[in-house]
Design a protein around this ligand. Structure first.
Ligand code: NAD
Length: 258
């Protein structure tokens, strides 16, 4: 089989969390374009339904919407069971849901800190382990986590210590699971996007001055586009990546290079 055929996902089934919009919507679209059936998992169920319909119409794949708060263990367990039931299996998943909280450390409340660790890191543990248990018992699979360049560097000028710590945690969790499951057929990798101009970011008036500062620091002088993450996730989910596990893929237009 040629390399392009190996990168196709025909017959595979997977889910993406935080897929109603933004980066997750785009990676779910990529998986479906590559031939997979996909579940759009999000706590915003109404938008997830619209997104699922749109991707199904565009790609002709089976695309379903599932409501799930990824910080709730019972909901994550049920969501994975529902994906298996409705799609007929689980070959890959993209644990992508996340939030940002910007606050100077000395003003950040403990509640804010716990919230960001819960949504950005604890949820990845839950998603990966529930998906992983199924994959370990059913012939293996590929897990992709969304970390961030913020797990590698400290962004400026906005203060975001909780976000940065959560994303560094996602990378080390990724590597730990990859080692534990390396001989058991389950691969675990992360992607670390740089600043990505999602609908939300581009529409936020208050972010415009920040975007100008980020662009001034960026070697390419611009934000990334969500679709510029499509290739790496399809590769990671595919059988072209059978020796790729425990890796983090920085996709940041060289932002973190200096
Ligand atoms: P976004 O806010 O546009 O979309 C996030 C989605 O996650 C939303 O649909 C939201 O409803 C959902 N979500 C949030 N909390 C949830 C929960 N508890 N349970 C279920 N769903 C939940 O965000 P985005 O910019 O697309 O970011 C997606 C991921 O990429 C995040 O992990 C983020 O940290 C990461 N990331 C983003 C950028 C960027 O510049 N946009 C850069 C690096 C990493």
């Amino acid at each position: 089989m040629g390399i392009i055929e190996k990168m196709r996902l025909d017959g595979k089934k997977g889910f993406v969390t935080g897929a109603a919009r933004g980066i997750g919507k785009c990676t779910a679209t990529a998986f479906a374009q590559a031939g997979a059936d996909v579940a759009i998992v999000d706590m915003d169920y109404e938008t997830a339904v619209v997104t699922a319909k749109q991707i199904a119409e565009e790609t002709g794949r089976k695309v379903i919407a599932l409501k799930c708060d990824v910080t709730d263990e019972a909901q994550v367990k049920e969501m994975v069971e529902e994906v298996v039931k409705q799609l007929g299996g689980l070959d890959f998943c993209h644990a992508n849901a996340g939030i940002a909280i910007n606050a100077p450390a000395e003003e950040m409340t403990y509640a804010q800190w716990k919230k960001i660790i819960d949504v950005n890191l604890n949820s990845v543990f839950l998603t990966d382990t529930y998906a992983g248990r199924y994959m370990l018992a059913n012939g293996g699979g590929s897990i992709i986590n969304t970390a961030s360049m913020s797990g590698h560097i400290v962004n400026v000028p906005q203060p975001q210590c909780g976000y940065n710590a959560s994303k560094a945690g996602v990378m080390q969790l990724t590597k730990s699971l990859a080692v534990e499951w390396a001989k058991k057929g389950v691969r675990v990798n992360s992607i670390s996007p740089g600043y990505i101009g999602t609908e939300l970011i581009m529409a936020a008036e208050h972010l415009k001055p920040l975007i100008e500062q980020w662009n001034a620091m960026a070697p390419m002088g611009r934000l990334g586009k969500p679709e510029e993450l499509m290739g790496v996730v399809v590769y990671l989910a595919s059988d072209a990546a059978t020796f790729t596990t425990g890796s983090d893929f920085i996709v940041d237009g060289a932002f973190t290079c200096f």
